[in-house]
Design a protein around this ligand. Structure first.
Ligand code: PEP
Length: 247
């Protein structure tokens, strides 16, 4: 099974996203792969109403680890759970970069989600500068270690998903070559083993994935799925990526 996930980021108004959800419902045929959409918070209840029973799952792009309380502007795990969300992104590079989320805070989010039975999709990835300095392995290791080592005993390939998204490839049109992405993901499996985490976790690739490169990426041994930004905002291109085998 592969996992095809669409991160809508801060796009679409609630009414525009109803149209997109309906188009996805009409266009996307779920086969043996898992299909997930991550709309903005304001569209999650619509995702529940429109996608329920289609086999397409939905999730949130963020969560706060506290149960409830004085955290103005935040959304808790129990709020998500009541909307039928099964997944939640954690540690997307845009959250690390623009909102300064630390490794420990991200680990707290993972822990809170897993305690409630939601599946975190935990994102890691190096910047272009880090890549050029040749420190990809140590950057990824630090991102994994700082959030996940305290949870080592609880993570399995059923309750947790990893996403490798090289920051230089996100929204830039530059995709890592399938070989490059596959090699880095093999390296990530080595890091998981070194840190005492399960090496068989699902690992998604993200970064300018599109219908034209989906099959080449998904045919690689270590690439278990795709986390798709821009190309998930149109039902046709998202549907084409869900049907990657037929391309
Ligand atoms: C993302 O933000 O998770 C992403 C991979 O974006 P894009 O596909 O647009 O590069």
């Amino acid at each position: 099974m592969k996992i095809i996930a669409g991160n809508w980021k801060m796009n679409g108004t609630p009414s525009a996203n109803v149209t997109l959800l309906e188009a996805i419902k009409d266009t996307v045929t779920v086969g043996e792969d898992k299909v997930i959409v991550f709309p903005p918070f304001l569209s999650i209840a619509d995702a529940q109403r429109i996608l329920k029973g289609t086999g397409i799952a939905w999730g949130a792009q963020n969560v706060h680890p506290a149960e409830s309380g004085a955290y103005t502007g935040e959304v808790s795990v129990s709020m998500l759970k009541e909307t039928g969300a099964e997944y939640c992104l954690v540690g997307h590079s845009e959250r690390r970069q623009y909102f300064g989320e630390s490794g420990q805070f991200l680990g707290d989010k993972v822990k809170a989600l897993m305690a409630a039975g939601l599946i975190p999709v935990f994102c890691i990835g190096e910047s272009l500068a880090q890549r050029e300095q040749g420190i990809v392995g140590s950057v990824l290791k630090e991102q994994i270690a700082s959030s996940l080592v305290p949870l080592a005993d609880t993570l399995t390939n059923e309750n947790f998903i990893l996403a490798y998204e090289p920051v230089w490839a996100i929204g830039t049109g530059k995709t890592a070559t399938p070989e490059d992405a596959n090699n880095t993901m093999a390296e990530i499996r080595g890091i998981l083993t070194e840190l005492g985490l399960p090496r068989d976790l699902y690992i998604l690739y993200g970064g300018s994935a599109k219908p034209e490169n989906a099959k080449a990426l998904l045919s690689k041994e270590h690439i278990d799925g795709l986390l798709i930004g821009g190309a998930s905002l149109k039902a046709d291109s998202f549907g084409a990526m869900v049907n990657w085998k037929e391309r």
